[in-house]
Design a binder for this molecule. Structure first.
Ligand SMILES: [Zn+2]
Length: 292
């Protein structure tokens, strides 16, 4: 393990890099780009534990388990120093504020990866999914097909993210995996984290890095995430659960006794639990539709 440090005006940000094996392929895992997304950090640490006991059969595995360590210590998404969202400013800037310098350093540290998987979290009530620009990048599609989690979602491709920049500017096979968090700040969703860990071992098996047969199944491909808003504020009571298929026009819950209908058929990825919603945020459900 080595520690990489970047600094600006006397303030430092440091991250640890674990590397196992040698030669090609080069496979890199990053986590903790958003400091409060700890289910991803947990998975990265499990992979480090695995390779400390079982060195790669071939190739190089590099793992950066906590990219944004200061944000992680504050258990918040953004840097406590300059308030930047690290996953909007790649490829970074060596002369910028601390987060921009950190982004530039991590971008350089991941430059040699043929495969780059960035582990994130999608809130407590969501389904896990792989996020990629698979329609834009054949390399990304080829990667996602080999990660044995059930759902692969197409990203809107917002620039400045580590995976979008890596796909577009460097031709790398890159994606994000979004994992639900546990209940409460700093909590890990263990069942989902373990499912992701197993899926990443499957990915590594396809490259001959890890021994054994593929355990899981290839994902189903879906289009981008779509949101459903309630028509008004008030007490929301859901009538569907995440992971369910809903049909167009189906009642998905009620607000103040008024039914809320889904505008399209799809797979429920995230549903707001029973509680009060307000006029500035009427979102109650996120869903996806199978890819064409
Ligand atoms: Zn994130």
């Amino acid at each position: 393990m080595r520690t990489v440090t970047v600094s600006e005006s006397g303030i430092c940000a440091a991250y640890e890099v674990y590397a196992f094996g040698a030669g090609e392929p080069h496979i890199t895992f990053t986590a903790g780009v958003h400091g409060n997304e700890v289910s991803g950090i947990y998975v990265a640490q499990q992979l480090i534990g695995y390779f400390q006991k079982n060195p790669p059969l071939r190739g190089t595995v590099k793992i950066i388990p906590t990219v944004n360590a200061t944000a992680m210590r504050c258990m918040q998404r953004r840097s406590p120093f300059d308030k930047e969202d690290l996953n909007r400013i790649f490829p970074g800037n060596e002369a910028g504020s601390l987060s921009h310098r950190l982004a530039a350093s991590v971008y350089a540290e991941t430059a040699d990866a043929e495969i780059l998987v960035d582990l994130h979290c999608c809130g407590q009530h969501g389904m896990p999914y792989i996020l990629s620009i698979y329609n834009e990048s054949e390399a990304a599609r080829g990667l996602v097909e080999r990660i044995t989690m059930p759902v692969a979602v197409h990203s809107e491709g917002t620039p400045g993210q580590l995976f979008t920049e890596s796909c577009r500017k460097r031709g790398q096979a890159a994606c994000i995996i979004e994992l639900p968090s546990g209940a409460g700040s700093g909590a890990v969703n263990l069942p989902v984290a373990n499912q992701c860990y197993e899926a990443l071992l499957d990915l590594l098996r396809t490259e001959g890095v890890v021994a054994g047969n593929i355990q899981g199944e290839a994902p189903r491909f879906y289009g981008p995430l779509k949101d459903t808003d309630a028509p008004k504020a008030g007490l929301w009571r859901p009538q569907v659960e995440k992971g369910m298929r809903v049909e167009r026009g189906q009642c998905i819950g009620t607000v103040e006794e008024a039914a809320v209908y889904t505008p399209e058929s799809g797979l429920v990825m995230n549903i707001v639990p029973c509680g009060y919603i307000f006029a500035d945020d009427l979102w109650v459900m996120t869903y996806v539709q199978p890819a064409q």
